[in-house]
Design a protein around this ligand. Structure first.
Ligand code: C2E
Ligand code: MG
Ligand code: MG
Length: 573
C-alpha cells in the first residue's frame, strides 16, 4: 500500500502530504521535496514540520489550520494563501486539507493537497490593478475612486470633518487630440496627471474618470480652503506644457463640492461636482466654481424635461409658428421664419429657449431641426401650391450649430427640398453668429455646400458673436439679421444707432440683405428705415403666427385680432 501510494504521489503534479497530530510529515510527494526543499530527501523531511521548510508566518498559519481540523474534524477546501518559501518570497498556493482517520474513525492526523497558483494569483493581481487604475496615467480610475469616496464619507461618521471633491475637465482637449493626434493627447493627460498629483497632498486621491476628466478627492483639515486647492489646480494645469517635445497649453474647468454629511451618496457628490464644473465652463472656462444646491434642483428639473422631450419628439408634441418678415422699403411680405414650439401636456406651450439648449446638450437637437425643416418645407410647398405668393417669398429655418457640424447635413437638406418639390432659393437657413466663432473650416465648407445647393443663408442674431468683417467676406452668407439687442435701443441710444449704421453699411458692401430683428416700436422702425435696413421682423408687425393666419395675412384679410393683431406700420403688398 505504501509503495502504491508513493507511485501515485511521485507522479502527481500537486503536493500531497500526510501529517500526524503534531503536524509532522508522515508521507509526502516527490514533487514537494524537489520544488520546496531542494537537496533534501524524503527521509530528511519525514518527522519535520512546516517550520523547517517554510517561513514562519506560513508555518504558523498551516499549523493552526491543521490543529483546528484535528479538533473539529471540519475540512478546509481550496484556501488560497501566500506560501512564503524561504527563497521565494511571494508564492501562492491553493490548499485543501481534511482529517486523516484510522479504521475506527479516530482522527490521527491530516491529509492535504496544495498546488502552486502563483501564476494565477499574479495574473489576478494584474487584472485587479488594471481594473482599478487608468492605463494611460497610472492614476486610480472611476471604480477605485468611488470606493475611496465611500470610505472617506463613511469616515465622516466616526470623525466629523469635511470631504471635498474637485471635478476637473480639460477645456480644449478634443482640439488637441484632433489636431495633434492621440499620442500627443496621451502625453498631455500624463502631464496633467503629474501636475494634479503634485498639487494634491499625499493623502488625497487623484483619479482619472476617463477622457479628459479627472477628480481630486480630499479630506479637509480645519483650516483647509478647497477654493485655494481649486485655484492651484486651475493655475497648474494652465501652465504651458513644454515637456515630452510638446509646446502647447491646456486649461481646465473645475467644479468643487464640499460635504460634511456622511449620508451623502458618492454618485450624488460626483454629480454635484460635475454640475459645478459645467458652471465653470459656462463662466468662460479656465476657472472653478463651487457647487450650490439650488443648481441641483435645476438639474433635476432638466432631467424631467429630458424624458419629456424625448417623449415629445415621438408623440409629435412639437409644432411650428411662422413669424412674417416684411420689406421695410415697400411693406411687402417677403417671407416667414419658422419658430418651433412644444405643446407640453401640462406646462402648456413651451418656447424654444427653454428646450433647444437642452436638446443640444442631449444630442436631440438634430431630431428637432429635422422635424422643423421637414414641416416648414411641407408648409411652404402647400402655400406655394395655393398660389398668390411673391416670387421671392422665402421660408427661414433656424439651424443649430451642432447640425451644421454634421457632414451629411447638406445632403439631408437637398433631399428634403427635393421631396417637397421646392426651388432651393425659397429656403433660407438661419445660423447663429456664435456658431461661427471658431475658425472652423468644416463649418465654412458646410456653408459653401449649402450655398451651392441654392438655398439662402442668413446670419442670425448678428452682433452677439464676434465675426470680423474679414471673416464675413469669406462666408457665403446672403442675409444678416441684426440682433434684437441693438434694435431695442434705437431712437434712444446714439451708440446703438452707430452700430446698426455700421453693420448695415458693411453688409451692403458685401451685397447682403439686412434684416432688423425684434422691431417693437415705430421709432425703431423709422430708425432702421433711415439707416437703409432692407427687411424687418417683430411684434410691431406680427408675432409668430399659425400657418393659417399667415395665409390670411397674405390675402390681406384680418390677421389683426387679439394680441397678434397690431396694425402693421407698413402696408401689405
Ligand atoms: P431667433 O431665430 O432670433 O428668432 C427670433 C426670436 O425673437 C423668436 O423667439 C421670436 O418670437 C422673437 N421675436 C420676434 N420678434 C420679436 C419682438 O418684436 N420682440 C421680442 N421680444 N421678441 C421677438 P422664439 O420663437 O422664442 O425663438 C427664440 C430662439 O430659439 C430663436 O431665435 C432661435 O435661435 C431658436 N429657435 C426657434 N426655433 C428654432 C428651431 O426650429 N430650431 C433651432 N435650432 N432653433 C430655434
Ligand atoms: Mg432665427
Ligand atoms: Mg435672431
Amino acid at each position: 500500500m505504501r509503495l502504491c501510494m508513493h507511485n501515485l504521489l511521485d507522479n502527481s503534479s500537486e503536493r500531497v502530504y500526510f501529517k500526524d497530530l503534531d503536524s509532522r510529515f508522515l508521507l509526502l510527494s516527490h514533487g514537494y521535496m524537489l520544488d520546496d526543499a531542494p537537496g533534501l530527501s524524503e527521509s530528511d523531511l519525514l518527522g519535520k514540520t512546516d517550520f523547517d521548510i517554510f517561513s514562519e508566518p506560513h508555518a504558523i498559519a498551516a499549523f493552526e489550520d491543521e490543529q483546528r481540523i484535528i479538533r473539529t474534524g471540519e475540512p478546509i477546501f481550496g484556501k488560497i494563501e501566500p506560501e512564503t518559501f524561504r527563497d521565494r518570497p511571494d508564492a501562492w498556493v491553493q490548499t485543501s486539507k481534511v482529517a486523516l482517520r484510522d479504521d475506527n474513525g479516530t482522527i490521527i492526523g491530516t491529509f492535504g493537497i496544495s498546488r502552486d497558483v502563483t501564476a494565477q494569483v499574479k495574473a489576478e493581481q494584474i487584472l485587479t490593478y488594471k481594473s482599478l487604475h487608468d492605463t494611460v496615467t497610472g492614476l486610480v480610475n472611476r471604480v477605485a475612486l468611488r470606493d475611496r469616496l465611500s470610505q472617506s464619507l463613511a469616515l465622516l461618521e466616526r470623525q466629523p470633518g469635511q470631504v471635498a471633491l474637485l471635478f476637473i475637465d480639460l477645456d480644449n482637449f478634443k482640439t488637441i487630440n484632433d489636431s495633434f493626434g492621440h499620442e500627443t493627447g496621451d502625453k498631455v493627460l500624463v502631464e496633467v496627471a503629474r501636475r494634479l498629483t503634485s498639487v494634491a497632498r499625499r493623502a488625497d486621491t487623484v483619479a482619472r474618470l476617463g477622457g479628459d476628466e479627472f477628480v481630486v478627492l480630499c479630506t479637509l483639515r480645519a483650516d483647509d480652503d478647497p477654493r485655494l486647492l481649486a485655484e492651484r489646480v486651475v493655475r497648474s494645469i494652465g501652465q504651458p506644457i513644454t515637456k515630452h517635445g510638446l509646446d502647447l497649453t491646456v486649461t481646465a474647468s473645475v467644479g468643487v463640492v464640499v460635504t460634511s454629511d456622511p449620508t451623502t451618496g458618492p454618485g450624488e457628490l460626483l454629480a454635484d461636482a460635475d454640475i459645478a464644473m459645467y458652471r465653470a465652463k459656462d463662466a468662460g472656462k479656465n476657472c472653478f466654481r463651487v457647487f450650490t444646491p439650488s443648481r441641483r434642483a435645476q438639474v433635476a428639473a432638466n432631467h424631467l424635461l429630458e424624458n419629456e422631450l424625448r417623449h415629445a419628439l415621438d408623440a409629435s408634441e412639437l409644432f411650428l409658428l411662422y413669424q412674417p418678415l416684411f420689406s421695410i422699403k415697400n411693406g411687402s411680405l417677403c417671407g416667414v421664419e419658422a419658430l418651433v414650439r412644444w405643446r407640453h401636456p401640462t406646462r402648456g406651450i413651451v418656447p424654444p429657449v427653454e428646450f433647444i439648449p437642452l436638446a443640444e446638450e442631449l444630442d436631440l437637437v438634430g431630431r428637432v431641426d429635422d422635424f422643423v425643416l421637414d414641416e416648414a418645407c411641407r408648409q411652404l410647398a402647400t402655400w406655394l401650391g395655393e398660389g398668390g405668393w411673391r416670387d421671392d417669398f422665402t421660408m427661414a429655418v433656424n439651424i443649430s450649430s451642432i447640425e451644421l457640424g454634421d457632414p451629411s447635413f447638406a445632403d439631408h437638406v437637398a433631399k428634403v427640398i427635393a421631396e417637397h418639390g421646392l426651388d432651393p432659393s425659397r429656403l433660407c437657413l438661419e445660423i447663429t453668429e456664435t456658431s461661427l466663432i471658431a475658425e472652423d473650416s468644416d463649418v465654412e465648407a458646410m456653408l459653401a455646400a449649402l450655398s451651392a445647393l441654392g438655398v439662402r443663408l442668413a446670419l442670425d442674431d448678428f452682433g452677439t458673436g464676434y465675426s470680423t468683417l474679414q471673416r464675413l467676406q469669406h462666408l457665403q452668407v446672403d442675409i444678416l439679421k441684426i440682433d434684437r439687442s441693438f434694435v431695442e435701443h434705437l431712437g434712444r441710444s446714439a451708440r446703438d444707432r452707430q452700430i446698426v449704421a455700421a453693420i448695415t453699411a458693411m453688409a451692403h458692401a458685401l451685397e447682403m440683405t439686412v434684416v432688423g430683428e425684434g422691431i417693437e416700436t415705430n421709432e425703431q422702425l423709422d430708425e432702421l428705415a433711415s439707416l437703409g435696413c432692407d427687411m424687418g421682423q417683430g411684434f410691431l408687425f406680427a408675432h409668430p403666427l399659425p400657418a393659417k393666419t399667415v395665409a390670411e395675412l397674405r390675402r390681406g384679410r384680418s390677421a389683426h385680432r387679439g394680441r397678434q393683431s397690431r396694425p402693421p406700420k407698413v402696408a401689405f403688398a
